[in-house]
Design a protein around this ligand. Structure first.
Ligand SMILES: CC(C)(COP(=O)(O)OP(=O)(O)OC[C@H]1O[C@@H](n2cnc3c(N)ncnc32)[C@H](O)[C@@H]1OP(=O)(O)O)[C@@H](O)C(=O)NCCC(=O)NCCS
Length: 169
């Protein structure tokens, strides 16, 4: 199976935050943001493997800054590593200043998607080629994060999580 560069999966969604999508403080509702991040990740995963993909896990989300109503929100998703049937996707979320256009990062997330056939059975995906320093950095850490996610979901014994254990040596 061929290998594909990370940049091929880049997915950018830009949209407005409308009043119906906010909490009582007039900031974007967390679940709405998660849904948008999930959609962007799903497209990135699909662009990489060209197959049906499903969300297997939301590994990490940090709501570091509130997103006020009326914001122009940009979600950037890119596959950071492909394993056998699963792919890790990094999602970065930005808002932009109306006058200067300057972007502020407000959120990031890490998702795992799995490629499946028409019956929902996991299938192999192409390998990913990281090219930039950031892509290489995220690629390097991906196995550790996969093992952590599997341990937390009771799908791997902590004693088998070699990459995690190496952190504490
Ligand atoms: C995701 C799903 C296909 C995995 O099926 P499964 O029978 O557990 O298959 P496997 O155990 O072979 O796992 C498949 C891959 O997912 C990975 N995986 C499964 N759960 C994971 C988790 N919690 N975190 C990270 N990776 C996970 C496995 O490590 C494996 O990766 P690899 O093939 O790259 O090594 C299945 O659980 C499923 O269909 N879930 C529902 C998906 C869905 O509907 N999502 C939308 C939610 S609304």
């Amino acid at each position: 199976m061929d290998s594909r560069p990370a940049k091929n999966s880049l997915t950018i969604l830009t949209d407005l935050v409308l009043p119906g999508e906010t909490n009582p403080l007039d900031n974007l509702f967390g679940g709405e943001l998660l849904a948008r991040m999930d959609r962007a990740s799903s497209i990135a995963a699909r662009r990489h493997c060209k197959r049906i993909v499903v969300t297997a896990s939301v590994n990490h989300v940090a709501f570091s800054k509130a997103v006020p109503v009326g914001s122009v929100l940009t979600i950037e998703a890119k596959v950071s590593r492909a394993f056998k049937s699963s792919m890790e996707i990094f999602v970065d979320v930005w808002i932009e200043d109306r006058e200067s256009g300057e972007k502020t990062k407000v959120n990031e997330g890490i998702y795992t998607f799995v490629a499946v056939d028409e019956t929902g059975t996991p299938i192999k995906v192409p390998k990913l080629i990281p090219e930039t320093d950031l892509e290489k950095d995220r690629y390097e850490g991906a196995l550790r994060r996969k093992q952590l996610s599997l341990v937390l979901s009771n799908k791997m014994k902590p004693s088998d999580a070699t990459e995690l254990k190496a952190l504490f040596k």
